[in-house]
Design a binder for this molecule. Structure first.
Ligand code: PMP
Ligand code: GLN
Length: 384
């Protein structure tokens, strides 16, 4: 393994899902739903396969139907207008979108300011692109993880090329407010920064939280690369269909990198996702409400089991503090949890450069059937 990647080893998701399988544990680690997305969308994929749509290489930027559907979705939902031909790119999941954005936009030595804890592929992709990550740590405040905007401002230097933002935020469940995002936008404009914003959980926002796309804020349309994912929005994480929306110059930089990563992917699924994006609003509401009630089951159960549970306003995840259980090392805790309780979770420490800051936090996924969540909570209740 070369020096750029040596520090990364095996992704935590592979390690923990393998552990769940080998120990027969309930897997609340890796974030994937245990119920597949809508039947009609699966049927749309079958039809595409059968009719021979997408069985050979689709067009490099993605099939026109899907690019048009992504643009229509951004306009309907956020009033953002993108040209499907020059401002929308289909990728092999959001994962490839992140990689292609960083590889296409960074010069060696550029600094990337990212929110810590960060989704694990960010650090590896920044490294592959020859960039330097500069983490800004989210810290617990009033029962949730919050960003300190002064720290964000202080993290920007003359070498900063881009801000890598994620809202709703994995793993903390924080949804950045309109005020916070407006401040981030003003900083980006003032310091002339690009912004890559990972909004894969845009439809999973609960209670009175609101998802505000950074691209919709003043001065941001021209400097923002926005990333979405059908895996998260329609519960088909295995299909690996994602997308990027950005102004033509930025999009073409991302596309330049993407064409040498996978070139294209997921042909027939692209047609199915195009249909999924046109589902009525009732689909998105029911999906969100179902996920919110799952969050409530897991949040209450973990609190009952003795964890301190942070408030989750969006995503698939709740973050807990294990110190009330007399534990302090999340990595050791997660390694022993399958044996002690038959449950798999993710130690947030692996998403930190400042490992100490993340040590006592552990993430549980609630994108699972309620009976599965209840069984997991029942098992965890025997820990104390
Ligand atoms: N970004 C975040 C914040 C994620 O949690 C994930 C994983 N689900 C991804 C990107 C990757 O998404 P995809 O499965 O579409 O590649
Ligand atoms: N995004 C998912 C999570 O955070 C996992 C995706 C992956 O396995 N790379 O759990």
């Amino acid at each position: 393994l070369n020096r750029r990647l040596a520090e990364f080893g095996t992704t935590i998701f592979a390690e923990m899902s393998a552990l769940a399988l080998s120990t027969g544990s309930i897997n609340l680690g890796q974030g994937f739903p245990d119920t597949d997305g809508p039947e009609e969308v699966r049927e749309a994929a079958v039809r595409a396969l059968r009719d021979g749509r997408g069985n050979q290489y689709p067009p490099g930027p993605g099939v026109p139907e899907l690019r048009t559907a992504v643009a229509a979705h951004q306009q309907r939902r956020y009033g953002l207008v993108f040209d499907p031909d020059t401002e929308v790119l289909v990728t092999a999941g959001a994962t490839e979108a992140i990689a292609a954005a960083l590889l296409g936009l960074l010069e060696p030595g550029d600094e990337v300011v990212a929110l810590e804890p960060y989704y694990d592929s960010y650090a590896a992709c920044i490294a592959m692109a020859g960039g330097r990550r500069v983490p800004v740590t989210l810290r617990p405040r009033d029962g949730a993880f919050r960003l300190d905007l002064d720290e964000l401002r202080d993290a920007v230097t003359d070498r900063t090329r881009l801000l890598l933002i994620n809202t709703p935020h994995n793993p903390t469940g924080t949804v950045l407010t309109r005020e916070e995002l407006t401040t981030i936008a003003a900083l980006a404009v003032e310091r002339d920064l690009l912004v890559v914003t990972d909004e894969v959980y845009e439809h999973l926002v609960f209670d009175d939280a609101e998802h505000v796309p950074l691209a919709s804020l003043p001065g941001m349309r021209e400097r923002t690369v926005t990333i979405g994912s059908a895996g998260k929005t329609f519960s088909f994480t295995g299909w690996k269909v994602g997308w990027v929306t950005a102004a033509p110059g930025l999009l073409s930089a991302v596309r330049s990198a993407k064409q040498y990563l996978t070139y294209v992917a997921s042909g027939p699924f692209q047609y199915a996702v195009a249909e999924a994006l046109a589902l009525p609003e009732s689909y998105f509401e029911a999906f969100r409400d179902d996920m919110r009630s799952k969050r409530d089951v897991l949040t209450a159960g973990l609190a009952e089991a003795g964890f301190e549970v942070f408030r989750t306003a969006g995503t698939y995840f709740v973050t807990t503090d294990i110190r009330p259980l007399g534990e302090s090392d999340g990595i050791a805790f997660c390694r022993s949890l399958p044996e002690r309780a038959g449950v798999v979770a993710i130690p947030n420490a692996v998403f930190y450069d400042h490992r100490d800051a993340g040590a006592p936090f552990v993430r549980f996924a609630f994108c699972k059937r309620k009976d599965v969540l209840e069984a997991a909570v029942d098992r965890l209740g025997r820990l104390a």
